[in-house]
Design a protein around this ligand. Structure first.
Ligand code: ADP
Length: 476
């Protein structure tokens, strides 16, 4: 019999997306579809367009008791192209402007909101049978603990860490409000320097813990990248593995992309998209290299060193397009740079279609991330024929091979890489890129090679299925 999998995430494309987790929660369940009967569950945030996606009430409501208080929950659902989605609605969890708050500060009651989400996932498991529960990130990590302490529930639990920098750390006084006994307030469980850490629940109580690239799986065991959890992860390392993310090659396909003025299948086809974008953004010089950055304006993404390097990059014969949103201080610094340099264009906000146009127009994608669990942008860039320029860290090590090692017959994507996260190293790599760009034939050859590579979920979905099927082991 085909196993039933419940895949839980706090954001799923196309319903709600702030970053890569939504892409993964969209694409991985689809890739698993031939092997499993997968249902995805997420919160029904206010920003989700119910009508557009055909989301309807499933007529099931129940009360969740958490810390002695009752919270009403309604179950909604939709079916998109044969894929089943459940949505949890509760005013506490869903009726907000943003998913988690602003980049500066999360909502004060995110602890309660996402504890409730975990309770709702657990309640769903009681109502409908699932063999495997796949939890993602801190927002649903507490479900692993709730299942552990409920003798009636025994799904195999997989917990995936998409970014260790966000652990869901809250004041210890929350324990009572979220109905968790103080016996769980120990170093081996939820306690973290006197506070409560939701991610620890996922790590401690899941049967398997994964993260989104093999290199990041090694890095998080170190002081430098462990965010204080390296010791705890070491203790649980026997059940920890790294499985590289893929991208949905249909969604990120320049041949069929409706957002593009001129869909294309090889390097030459990019020019029309580049001309169009430059015209729209009032930038000049279709023959100059176009360097882009798409992503969150945060420390993690290397924005500090990008800001430091940008004046010098702007002095090169090139154009620069930046798309993203994030912390106010970065917005101000970037605005200033943009005002001083005619060849820099800056767009604040989150815009999926526009991002596709930028990938299509770009010659280089800059990713100076200080740490990067996997990163999807570089794979999207390969697919759209933009050469990634990346700091060799985390998933970028696993996905971007050094151009110096280029082999025509390999199935890896190549890019320019630098080893130390400094503005100087970034500038050096961009300069190298600009020189390379002059050798049109060679540049096109590399771009065409990258565009032909496969970054889909195929192999990684199989790696997850191996974990879904693995006999339970007693770890720790
Ligand atoms: P993160 O750490 O933010 O999750 P990833 O590289 O894993 O980064 O995934 C980022 C995803 O979000 C990619 O699909 C990228 O194209 C998209 N993205 C990031 N910022 C923006 C933006 N401002 N507008 C549109 N898409 C964006």
């Amino acid at each position: 019999m085909v196993k039933k999998v419940l895949f839980a995430a706090s954001e799923v494309y196309p319903f709600a997306k702030t970053g890569g987790l939504a892409d993964v929660a969209h694409a991985l369940p689809r890739a698993l579809k031939n092997l499993y009967d997968v249902t995805v569950v997420m919160p029904l945030y206010r920003s989700i367009d119910r009508e557009k996606h055909g989301i309807v009430s499933l007529g099931e409501s129940w009360n969740i008791t958490m810390g002695g208080v009752e919270y009403p929950i309604d179950l909604y659902g939709c079916n998109v192209e044969g894929y089943e989605y459940y949505f949890i609605y509760s005013p506490l969890l869903c009726d907000r402007e943003f998913l988690y708050g602003t980049p500066e500060s999360g909502y004060k009651d995110n602890d309660l909101r996402f504890a409730l989400f975990s309770y709702a996932i657990t309640a769903l498991l009681k109502k409908k049978h699932y063999d495997v529960l796949h939890l993602n990130d801190w927002q649903c990590a507490l479900a692993a603990l709730l299942i552990h302490k409920d003798p009636m529930l025994s799904p195999k639990v997989i917990y995936t860490i998409h970014n260790l920098a966000y652990q869901g750390i809250f004041d210890a006084t929350i324990l009572e409000t979220i109905g968790i006994d103080r016996t769980y307030f120990t170093m081996g469980s939820l306690e973290f320097y006197g506070r409560v850490n939701f991610m620890k629940a996922g790590i401690a109580y899941a049967d398997e813990v994964t993260t989104v690239s093999p290199t990041y799986a090694r890095e998080i065991l170190t002081n430098e990248f462990g965010w204080g959890l390296e010791g705890f992860l070491h203790f649980h390392h026997a059940k920890l593995s790294g499985i590289i993310n893929g991208i949905d090659m249909e969604h990120f396909s320049p041949t069929e992309d409706g957002a593009l003025i001129a869909p294309y299948s090889e390097a030459k086809g990019k020019k029309a998209n580049k001309s169009d974008l430059l015209k729209k953004l009032k930038l000049k010089g279709v023959n100059k290299p176009l360097c882009v950055f798409i992503g969150r304006f945060t420390h993690q993404k290397g924005i500090d060193l990008l800001i430091e390097a940008l004046p010098k990059i702007a002095d090169l014969e090139c154009n620069i397009v930046l798309l993203g949103e994030g912390e106010e201080k970065y917005h101000k610094a970037l605005e200033l740079l943009c005002a001083n340099h005619k060849n820099i264009h800056l767009t604040f906000g989150y815009d999926e279609s526009f991002s596709h146009q930028v990938y299509a127009a770009a010659d280089f994608l800059l990713m100076p991330s200080l740490f990067e669990p996997c990163g999807l942008n570089q794979m999207i860039a390969f697919s759209y024929g933009a050469l990634p320029i990346v700091h060799r860290v985390g998933g970028l090590v696993d996905t971007v091979k050094r151009l110096e090692t280029y082999q025509e017959d390999s199935c890896s994507g190549y890019g320019l890489t630098f080893n130390t996260p400094t503005s100087r190293a970034l500038l050096g790599a961009v300069k190298k890129g600009c020189e390379l760009f002059e050798d049109k034939k060679y540049f096109e050859r590399i771009i065409n090679h990258n565009m032909r590579c496969d970054f889909s979920w195929g192999e990684s979905a199989i790696a997850y299925s191996v974990l879904y099927e693995k006999e339970r082991e007693i770890h720790g």
